[in-house]
Write a protein that binds this ligand. Structure first.
Ligand SMILES: N[C@@H](CC(=O)c1ccccc1NC=O)C(=O)O
Ligand SMILES: [Zn+2]
Ligand SMILES: [Zn+2]
Length: 210
């Protein structure tokens, strides 16, 4: 049996969501007793719930929505890198010692979001300069264990825009606490949501030998 490493946050009532955003809820609309055959539930949630991907339409009215996105960045070989505790921001200097030749998907573990029931107050943001640096190295997906790539109070979202401009897809809210740095295969397809600006994903890793 394959050993999957689930790096998705469970979607459940009470989970932390962006301040002011739609809380997650699963409601039973029909019970087996009522229908005589089946339980049926209905979901209410933000497109940015838990472990999710952003489409450029999230921050750019002319940007692609989830359904228009290329799927390749979301599946394939990936590298997990752990950043040192106390990292203030994530830029080229944070990664200069890493040998990233051939890496197309990069997952960064900061370890700062420890209590998933509450939203973090401060996160180390991605420096917009990192976008070009990643693109120059052929990286097409940046994943983080953080709810955003920009400071939580940012309105301009410079890192989101820079990453999109350079074709680097964004995966947010991954759970990497127990994942050793190294090489993996990543599977994190977005849902086929027409017109949506983001999508929750079931993100999993599988260890590869190297
Ligand atoms: N940029 C964040 C989400 C975000 O900014 C947000 C999500 C829900 C409601 C409001 C938000 N931002 C600003 O008001 C993300 O990419 O998940
Ligand atoms: Zn998002
Ligand atoms: Zn985002």
């Amino acid at each position: 049996m394959t050993t999957w490493i689930d790096i998705s946050q469970p979607l459940r009532e009470g989970m932390a969501v962006w301040p002011g955003d739609t809380p997650f809820s699963y409601q039973s609309v029909l019970t087996k007793a009522q229908s005589g055959s089946v339980n049926v539930g209905s979901l209410t949630m933000s497109a940015h719930s838990g472990t999710h991907v952003d489409a450029p339409f999230h921050f750019d009215n002319q940007g692609k929505g989830i359904l228009e996105l290329d799927l390749d960045p979301y599946v394939g070989p990936a590298r997990v890198v752990s950043l040192p505790p106390g990292t203030e921001s994530i830029g080229p200097a944070s990664l200069e010692k890493e040998e990233l030749a051939g890496v197309e998907r990069l997952l960064l573990r900061t370890g700062v979001w420890t209590d998933r029931c509450t939203f973090p107050e401060r996160i180390p943001p991605v420096e917009p300069e990192l976008a070009l640096w990643l693109a120059e190295r052929g990286i097409r997906l940046l994943g983080l264990d953080l709810p955003s790539v920009d400071p939580l109070d940012s309105k301009e979202l410079p890192a989101h825009h820079a990453l999109a401009r350079h074709g680097v897809h964004i995966l947010e809210g991954a759970v990497l606490d127990d994942v050793e740095p190294g090489n993996y295969e990543l599977y994190a397809f977005p849902l086929p949501l027409k017109g949506a600006d983001g999508s929750p994903v079931r993100a999993v890793l599988r260890k590869v030998n190297s």
